[in-house]
Design a binder for this molecule. Structure first.
Ligand code: PHE
Ligand code: CA
Ligand code: ZN
Ligand code: ZN
Ligand code: ZN
Length: 289
């Protein structure tokens, strides 16, 4: 399994914090910090050899953008996707929510490009806009994906808040029937001796749009406004009776609002999933339509 660098990921998070600081303290839809975040992530991926597309769409707060990055190798009939929302709320810089997974996906993509792995499948990353306004970017993306392209997407892996300062280790309890991706995530945590729990996140993040198309989805989460129980503090450490992220959607969701152990464990899980799904055998014939 790859070791995705937590040091590099933290450096990306410091960059996103700098972008927020230079743009009024946030990276929210319709504010300059959002587009600056898109431009910066795009520049990193372009330099690594990804084919990137910026997809604008309108919202009640102004124009937002999805950033799509594809590694231009492997069978384009079998697409494996991972994604994270790149926007923050307007009340803060959004470093745990969701700079954490944006930076983690970015670093995984850069590490994959450097690895020399030969992808069997097409690996595509999505950085979604306007999640905080109602999952708008991911909905826009799937609604504008032609049916033939939807049918090629084998799996969508979502990451939203993966470095909460009082962390839990949650795996989305989504799409259990036929969704091996969820089981691959739990097996990964089991193999590392990391206790995990399922969480029913239902409609609260960007996998929902993919799931509604029948695409298998899975994801991890380290907790938001919910309170850690004493049983959870016993197995995970941290503070019982306190929120997983006391700075959720607040001005204090800064580059200090991160648990780097949780971040490292989750980015390594992302790396495991990307490496294994990029190499997974989906057969040589086109997918059924
Ligand atoms: N999507 C929520 C937000 O951005 C956070 C969340 C992620 C909640 C995953 C539940 C599960 O505010
Ligand atoms: Ca690591
Ligand atoms: Zn949020
Ligand atoms: Zn979020
Ligand atoms: Zn297929």
């Amino acid at each position: 399994d790859p070791d995705i660098s937590v040091t590099s990921t933290k450096a990306h998070l410091d960059q996103l914090q700098s972008i927020a600081t230079a743009n009024g303290g946030n990276r929210a839809t319709g504010r300059p910090g959002y587009k600056a975040s898109v431009d910066w992530v795009k520049s990193q991926l372009d330099a690594a050899g990804y084919v990137t597309t910026v997809q604008p769409f309108s919202t009640s707060s102004g124009t937002s953008y999805n950033l799509i990055a594809e590694w231009p190798h492997g069978d384009a009939n079998h697409v494996v996707m991972a994604g994270a929302h790149l926007d923050s709320v307007s009340s803060g810089p959004g470093i745990n929510d969701n700079g954490s997974a944006s930076a983690g996906i970015l670093e995984t993509a850069l590490a994959y490009a450097r690895s020399g792995e030969s992808a069997k499948n097409r690996v595509r990353f999505g950085f979604w806009g306007a999640e905080e306004l109602g999952l708008l970017g991911s909905k826009y993306y799937v609604n504008n994906l032609p049916t033939a392209e939807r049918d090629k997407v084998e799996v969508y892996l979502n990451f939203d808040m993966i470095a909460s300062p009082n962390p839990g280790y949650f795996v989305y309890d989504d799409n259990p029937a036929g969704d091996g991706a969820r089981d691959d995530l739990t097996a990964y945590f089991d193999g590392k001796g990391i206790p995990w729990e399922y969480i029913d996140v239902q409609g609260r993040s960007d996998h929902a749009a993919f799931r509604s198309l029948g695409i298998p989805t899975a994801g991890t989460f380290t907790g938001a406004e919910g309170t850690k129980t004493s049983a959870q503090a016993s197995k995970w450490g941290g503070t019982a009776g306190r929120a997983f992220d006391p700075c959720y959607h607040s001005s204090c969701d800064t580059s200090a609002n991160l648990d780097l152990t949780a971040l490292d464990r989750n980015i390594d899980a992302i790396g495991h999933m990307i490496w294994s799904y990029a190499a997974k055998d989906y057969g040589t014939t086109p997918p059924p339509s």
